[in-house]
Design a protein around this ligand. Structure first.
Ligand SMILES: Nc1ncnc2c1ncn2[C@@H]1O[C@H](COP(=O)(O)OP(=O)(O)OP(=O)(O)O)[C@@H](O)[C@H]1O
Length: 213
C-alpha cells in the first residue's frame, strides 16, 4: 500500500551553482505536525516552496516528495493539493472577505454563498462577507486565511510562521484552531517556526536545520 502523509525522501535544495542550501529527510504522518527550525537563511521557507511547487529559479531540488503516495515533484502547483499559510496572512486586498474565502472553494462548487457564510460563522466572523480585508484585525485576517486554505481541501498543510505576528492570546487560539483542524481532518502538517513554543504546542517531531558551509 502507498505510504500516507507527506514524505520528503532525501530532499535537497541546491543553488544553481551547485552549492547545497538545505537537506531534509522526513515523513509527516497524517494528523501530526513536524516542526522545521533553524537559523535565519538556513532554507526553511525554500523547503516549503519546493513542496508547493513555487521554488525560485535560483534553486534546484532533488529527492522525492510524495503526498499520500502521489509523487509531487513534477506536478503543477495547483495539482499538488498542498495548502500553505504565511506570517502575513496574505489576503487579496481588492476582494471582499467573502470573496477571499470563496477563492478557496473549488471552481463549479454549488451553493458558494451558503458555504462562504458557514465558513465565516465557523471562525466567528458571521456577517463579515462584504468587509474589506484591510478593515480586519491581524487575528481576523489569520482566521480568514486559514479558512480559505481549508476550503480548498488540501491533503497537507504547510505553515510558514503563521503565528509569529499575533499577540500571545491570539497566538494560542490560532495554534489551537490550526492544529485541531489538521488533526480532525487527519492532515499532515509541516511547520516552519523560530518559536520553540509553537513546536511544543504542536507536540510532534522537531527538525533542527543547520547552516552548511
Ligand atoms: N528567490 C530567491 N532568490 C535568491 N535567493 C533566495 C531566494 N529566496 C531565498 N533566497 C536565499 O536563500 C536562503 C534561504 O532562504 P529562506 O527564506 O529559505 O531561509 P529561512 O530559513 O526560511 O530564513 P528565515 O528564518 O529568515 O525566514 C537565504 O540566503 C535567502 O537569501
Amino acid at each position: 500500500m502507498a505510504e500516507t502523509g507527506l514524505c520528503l525522501d532525501n530532499l535537497q535544495i541546491h543553488h544553481r551553482d551547485g552549492r547545497l542550501l538545505a537537506a531534509v529527510n522526513t515523513q509527516v504522518a497524517p494528523g501530526t505536525v513536524v516542526s522545521l527550525m533553524g537559523p535565519s537563511g538556513v532554507g526553511k521557507s525554500t523547503i516549503l516552496s519546493a513542496i508547493t511547487g513555487a521554488l525560485a529559479p535560483e534553486f534546484t531540488c532533488s529527492g522525492v516528495i510524495t503526498l499520500n503516495g502521489r509523487k509531487l515533484n513534477e506536478l503543477a502547483p495547483q495539482k499538488r493539493r498542498v495548502g500553505i499559510l504565511f506570517q502575513d496572512h496574505l489576503l487579496f486586498p481588492h476582494l471582499s472577505v467573502g470573496q477571499n474565502i470563496g477563492f478557496g472553494l473549488p471552481p463549479g462548487v454549488d451553493d458558494r454563498a451558503t458555504k462562504i457564510d458557514a465558513a465565516l460563522y465557523e471562525i466567528g466572523l458571521e456577517g463579515f462577507t462584504n468587509r474589506d480585508p484591510d478593515t480586519l484585525s491581524g487575528g481576523q485576517r489569520a482566521r480568514v486565511a486559514l479558512m480559505r486554505m481549508l476550503l480548498a481541501e488540501p491533503e497537507a498543510i504547510l505553515l510558514d510562521e503563521p503565528f509569529s505576528r499575533l499577540d500571545a492570546t491570539l497566538r494560542d487560539r490560532m495554534r489551537k484552531l490550526v492544529f485541531d483542524r489538521a488533526r480532525a481532518a487527519n492532515l499532515p502538517v509541516l511547520m516552519v517556526t523560530h518559536d520553540k513554543a509553537d513546536a511544543d504546542a504542536a507536540g510532534g517531531e522537531v527538525i533542527e536545520l543547520t547552516l552548511s558551509d
